[in-house]
Design a protein around this ligand. Sequence first.
Ligand SMILES: *[C@@H]1O[C@H](CO)[C@@H](O)[C@H](O)[C@H]1NC(C)=O
Ligand SMILES: *[C@@H]1O[C@H](CO)[C@@H](O)[C@H](O)[C@H]1NC(C)=O
Ligand SMILES: *[C@@H]1O[C@H](CO)[C@@H](O)[C@H](O)[C@H]1NC(C)=O
Ligand SMILES: *[C@@H]1O[C@H](CO)[C@@H](O)[C@H](O)[C@H]1NC(C)=O
Length: 499
Amino acid sequence: MSVAVRINQLTVILLSVHLIPTNPVAEQRSLGKSRKRVNPVLHTDVPAPDPIRDTHQYCNYPNLTEHGWEGHSPADYRLLSVQVMIRHGDRFPLYSIPKTKKPAIDCVLSDKRKPSHHLLASFISHMALGGRGQWDASLGSLPRLPNHSTCEIGELTQTGVVQHLKNGDHLRQAYIKRHNLLTADWSPGQLWVETTGKSRTLQSGLAFLFGFLPRFDWSRLTVRQQWSTLFCGSSCNCPARNRYLEQEQRRQYRQRTADTELERTYVAMAKTLGVATKILRAANPVDALLCHFCHGLPFPCSSAQTTLNAPDEGACLTLQHFTVIRRQQKDDELERREAGLYRRYAVLAAHPYLNRTAMRLERIARGSQTRKGTEEAVFALASGHDVTMAPLLSALGLERAGFPKFAARLVFELWNGPEAKDKERKSDRKRGKWLENMFIRVLYNGEDLTFDTAFCRDHNRHSAQPLCPLGNFLSFVRKDMFNIVNATSYQQACHQIVL
Ligand SMILES: *[C@@H]1O[C@H](CO)[C@@H](O)[C@H](O)[C@H]1NC(C)=O
Ligand SMILES: *[C@@H]1O[C@H](CO)[C@@H](O)[C@H](O)[C@H]1NC(C)=O
Ligand SMILES: *[C@@H]1O[C@H](CO)[C@@H](O)[C@H](O)[C@H]1NC(C)=O
Ligand SMILES: *[C@@H]1O[C@H](CO)[C@@H](O)[C@H](O)[C@H]1NC(C)=O
């Protein structure tokens, strides 16, 4: 392997003939494409911000082919484990805009309706057998499929289901077909699935899993519930985290109220609908407008009869209104990064999940050195929310990846480097050198961001190692990530006084 490999992302892509492609046809296409758009999110020269183009990405239309660099490595590396965090797919709004009709979206799944997927019909029938699975806590009583002819608040849509069938199917090509990560007779201990207690995250996780392991055996599946959207398990108590969040929220409030264009826009929208500005703002109109936008539906119009402000008949919200709100959200993201308060919150919010991920990867890495192996989850899936994903990205130093789109996926891969000769190997193992041959990759929506992470940004790119050492990740999670809050452990960081 050439020493130039690590110079930058582009070099890796140009040299990817040395890598193992997920799918040779897709490889050809993405090679050609990648030269032009090496990394649309992070690496191109920043063009003038375009809130509408950005919103199209957020929607994550399922009619586009899924590409990704998952499962790519130098040829003689062995894949040991994959840990995935997803955000749920497209959903119905959580808020409604006063005096308007809700978007008309059908949440009953049908393979006759677009967007569809070749696995959709079998997914629907497979979910009917879900009683055979093991369900933690309250999960057993949640619907395993969206099924309302008018979507309910926050309900996963067919688009959301298809997005995750696609994600799962894509990773099945990358990990099962190519690397045999799980064999047909996988044991229950090899798979870990956890979700928050919302139907949209449960259903997203199941759609992903069905794409990944079509017609999986229900009797081998246990689905665990996380009570917190932070997936912090039994380590949720962290007073300093809440202080940092409050500081960030005050910054956000100041930023928003200083934006006079935004304020004017809210006033204009409220007038259009004939409601008080305060009430409109509290209804978080961008949430519902995003749904109209992503589903190609016209923006809502006033359904008021007579009102104090007597709006014009048929007065409607417009793309201009929407663009201003989205522009302000992008500005806020930028300022958030610069202010650094969110990052402090994020480090504490993301630690418990990262810590469990690190622990699992280390055990699997260690177990692979003994012939016995281990009963760790070689594949783990966590199904969460934007408020789960955003702190993870920030804590890893990947804030520039932007706000998590629907059905976003964050992937950690564990790789074992080429084995030394058997004799050397035994003595290396004795000296605890096995860790030096273990590597991690981090991918977000298929992009390899390993060398953008806080723990591998400074990895010597000219080193003979083409991948990032697992040890970097382990020491980052256990200690280094707390540097920015002047602490050396989670306990210390959580319980220090924040002014
Ligand atoms: C995918 O769907 C979106 C929204 O419906 C549409 O704007 C876009 O043109 C479609 N793209 C392709 C490649 O079909
Ligand atoms: C959806 O709900 C209807 C009743 O509202 C029911 O008859 C049907 O079986 C449900 N479908 C699924 C797949 O659960
Ligand atoms: C992090 O993981 C280690 C095991 O690797 C465990 O001992 C420790 O309690 C965990 N800390 C937190 C805060 O979860
Ligand atoms: C960490 O310490 C430095 C130097 O004492 C200080 O400037 C900074 O504000 C501290 N950061 C936090 C998050 O407390």
